[in-house]
Design a protein around this ligand. Sequence first.
Ligand SMILES: [Fe+2]
Length: 414
Amino acid sequence: MIDVEDLVRLDAIDGRAYTDADLYRLELEKIFTNGWVFVGHESEVPNAGDFVTRRLGHDPVIMVRDRAARIHVVANRCAHRGVSLVQGRAGNVGSFQCIFHGWTYGHDGTLKGMPQPGGLAVAREDCSLDRPGRVASHRGFVFANQSGTAGTLADHLGPGGTELLDWVCDLSPTGQVDLSAGWLGQEATSNWKMWAESDLDGYHLGSLHASLWRAVPGSQYEAAVLAGESKVTATTRDRGRGHIELEFWRGYDRPLAWLGVTRERVADYVDALTEAHGSERAEELLWRGPPHALIFPNLFLGEMNLAIIDPTAVDRTVHYHTPLLLGGVSTSFNQRILRQSEAAMGPAGFLLPDDAAAAERLQIAFGHSGGWMDLSRGRNREQIDERGDRVGHVSDEVPVRGFWRHWHEMMVAP
Ligand SMILES: [Fe+2]
């Protein structure tokens, strides 16, 4: 087994961190079992019996709403002989019934019944579905900690992560986001960490994504990222606990640049946001738009999209994304968000195919022996601000170093 300490320097990573299968098993335990993982949003399951299927590391779970409107996360595995209860990404059921022997469970995972119960030789109350050790939510964002040993969700999110989720929800005049449009998954033959890194890399936009700027000139990213190293005012932020951010908004040249419209075009939204939050907060939100950040380890707040990073093998990852639709806005407003999502994300979008190409080429390039990769960019100008966050130029590797700092902390934890 590779020693974790041999892989991570302050500003360089050994490539075996992406390719070593034993290390990957250790990540599943230390990060995806012992830590908090994003599961889903309550708006995905609006009605009683609605469910979505997710994974905590490799453990399949079901997030479901019961008849009293409570959300449960239960193992997608029959307590009898271990067959999965539901297939597919989403659905609606009155109860969960195993196809193998017909055992039936309520939405909360309690055993309801079975054929020929006279032969049951264990206590009935021991036959409920397994549940994660802890499940908690913030503003409808549901997280689970499989081991139950990770402390509270509030500890995991910290002020930095909590503020990011509040920011996302506050973009809606009703404070509600609507993640019910469905998730599109894109699979790549790369390690999961490369997706966390490339989603939060402000340096590659001008190079890897150059075709986007040629095809769609005049986007908000030109002022924020492409104006030249000494001209751009966009920044990077390490909020601690692995929660990291690209602050494109500091480089925008106008309010609503992120939506590509003038305030007159969306006057109803401007009015509703001002009514909801007061003009100071509303103007701040109209300028900033949604955050571009990672909630460690698997939730990417990708501006008008949210993404789940789902590792399936040491060299295989599915990047699921869904548009960030808002409650309390017009249908045409949300359709605009959906169109932006289609253009940017997915295997036929402008961004993710480029990112997948880089991620897969990294995976190939490190082979099995590894070799150092450099993460030092911006170490010479990184600062700690009044909040205690590390901040830097938008092209600096501040976020990626923050990701690895927290990764290392979790991997060496007892
Ligand atoms: Fe990218």
